[in-house]
Design a protein around this ligand. Sequence first.
Ligand SMILES: O=P(O)(O)OC[C@H]1O[C@H](OP(=O)(O)OP(=O)(O)O)[C@H](O)[C@@H]1O
Length: 206
Amino acid sequence: MTQDKGPRDDRWYFKLMSPNTKGPKFAWLDPTSIYINQRAFQDLLADLLADLDGVEFDVVGGLDAMGFVLGAALAARRDVGFLPIRKAGKLCVDTDKVSFTNYSGRTQDMEMRLPAFAPGTRVLLVDQWIETGGTMEGAIDLVARQKGVVSGLVAIAMEDTPRASELRDTHTVVTAIQPATKWQEECNEQTLSSFASYDARDAFPI
Ligand SMILES: O=P(O)(O)OC[C@H]1O[C@H](OP(=O)(O)OP(=O)(O)O)[C@H](O)[C@@H]1O
């Protein structure tokens, strides 16, 4: 059931997120349009940072590719370093590797440099969006294997799929789309009512 969270349920910048125009091989949603617009990007960061208040971490681990944008911005604001977790075959240093399957059903490999941090390091994992949770689970594994501590998971949106919901039960999760809001319901249905009036020009830099 929808829970009215007042202004928190009405984050104006969600309306800038683009629908898929390329068909089922692609994600249903493209949040990157939020990044284009200075006001939207700053408001998104401010909302996430407000909810991260009290969450302690030593480094932000950003997931390839779009988690780099959000993760690096949050790391800079919180004055910590940034650790890229990359799709396989890109890093020219020693790496640890996991396989994961994401929303597309494709199995891919993901790598993190080895070593990346000392045991006990607190890592905040950031990705743009979580659907099945497969990608995030892979990143959690990589951190655990180097004896890091996952201090939280951050994304713009996380669908209430079974594995993603399990992540909410087992970790501190901060998402711009708040659980039990109308945006969350729409996200679960993989269509936003704002798509009907979507205009790419609304996201243009001011
Ligand atoms: O929860 P899952 O089902 O695993 O899917 C979520 C992943 O898919 C999207 O990225 P994508 O792989 O499309 O790559 P991109 O970041 O390069 O756009 C998203 O940013 C997550 O990384």
